[in-house]
Design a protein around this ligand. Structure first.
Ligand code: CO
Length: 135
């Protein structure tokens, strides 16, 4: 498996709007896209910094895993996403090394990326996403 860079860091927030003054006003980043991902019941806001994005995740329903995360652990860093050039191969590779997968097959995430999550129990409690840009 070859990872190329940190694609994004996902941060769980109660309200994207309430966080904009920090990310835009203080850090000077520009929110270039806000997108609702229906099947994950989240609204996402993206900021680019170098090759990496900050992805704010706001729950759109109490059923959302992000809502449950905030309820349990409060707002804050939710996951780290590593970019790879071949996601299917990367999943086979980490699985062969004993990592439990949440997604055994790539699925569609925000911005059209192919994504898959690994079980935090296998990754030192850091929710980890592998992703690839569609070819
Ligand atoms: Co993500």
């Amino acid at each position: 498996m070859q990872l190329t860079h940190i694609e994004h860091i996902g941060i769980a927030v109660k309200s994207i709007e309430e966080q904009l003054p920090y990310y835009e006003g203080v850090l000077g980043l520009k929110c270039y896209n806000i997108e609702v991902v229906e099947d994950q019941k989240v609204k996402t806001a993206f900021f680019q910094i170098g090759q990496t994005k900050i992805e704010l995740l706001e729950p759109t329903s109490e059923e959302s895993t992000i809502a449950k995360f905030i309820e349990k652990r409060g707002e804050g860093v939710h996951h780290i996403a590593y970019a790879t050039t071949n996601l299917s191969e990367a999943l086979k590779d980490v699985e062969a090394k004993g990592v439990k997968l949440i997604d055994t097959q790539p699925r569609k995430g925000a911005e059209g990326l192919n994504i898959a999550f690994l079980y935090p129990k296998s990754t030192g409690s850091v929710l980890t996403e592998l992703c690839e840009h569609p070819k």
